[in-house]
Design a protein around this ligand. Sequence first.
Ligand code: GLU
Length: 313
Amino acid sequence: MSETASRIESAVTEIAEEMQARADRGKVADYIPELALVDPAGFGIAVIDNQGGVFAAGDCDTPFSVQSITKVFTLTLALGMVGDRLWRRVGREPSGSAFNSIVQLEHEHGIPRNPFINAGAIAVTDLILSGHEPREALGEILRFVQFLADDQTIKIDKAVAASEQRTGFRNRALANYMKSFGVIENPVDYTLGVYFHHCAIAMSCRQLAMAGRFLAHSGRHPTTGRSVIHMERARRINALMLTCGHYDGSGDFAYRVGLPGKSGVGGGILAIAPGKATIAVWSPGLDAAGNSHLGRIALELLTKRLGWSIFGG
Ligand code: GLU
């Protein structure tokens, strides 16, 4: 094993041990009833370096609900389908508001600030759905994620999707509001059905880190060598993850961790060290901004130890 690989391995193992022992674990999301049932004691981490080395520890093989992390994959898919036309319906600025804020949409005439807040991701989902049946669009998204991760076993957790479908009143409000401005083309229930289901994709840290590799490889799928997305777009997705990937906590995440990242209310975070590695962490307890509390701390420790912050040092 190379010196770098053994440094990654010991960092991953020691950080997992430290995180598993900590008492401050944040608060599990409960606005989606099914997520409230998850045990806050879990902690997993997986790092895949650009040479293909896999370093994983803790509950790295436990599937969890990736929730908003799928917004990275749906954005990639939609950009491939419609190109820069996407930016007519969605902005590219950090929101500075909660992930499900309604106020901002009114000020901005139904155009969501960015593709990673709920409204933006619902608009992106609607673009993928246009011209398809909901079932086809969902199948397309799931197959895309399976392809990225080299793993056909990745599934949608139907209980989580049904739970959000029953209780997602705020997302329904966002979608209806956008529909009134013509930002949503399809029937709102169809668009939301696809959105709730892709948010309910379940993956382990190992699978999630695999799925994110193309962003550390300038848009290329490292196993097949095929281009998933143009290099320039991969760079831009990373930029959006850095500026918008943690909702109202994006500035703090950039300050502490220094990597493009995307969090989900299931407690996962996907982070990219461009040209170096892909990292997935999971711990279900969230901080006040709705991001994994221990996940963020673990990433901060890791980037510091390995000198991986894109800002140097
Ligand atoms: N499905 C969740 C929602 O729409 C995703 C939110 C998140 O992970 O931040 O509320």
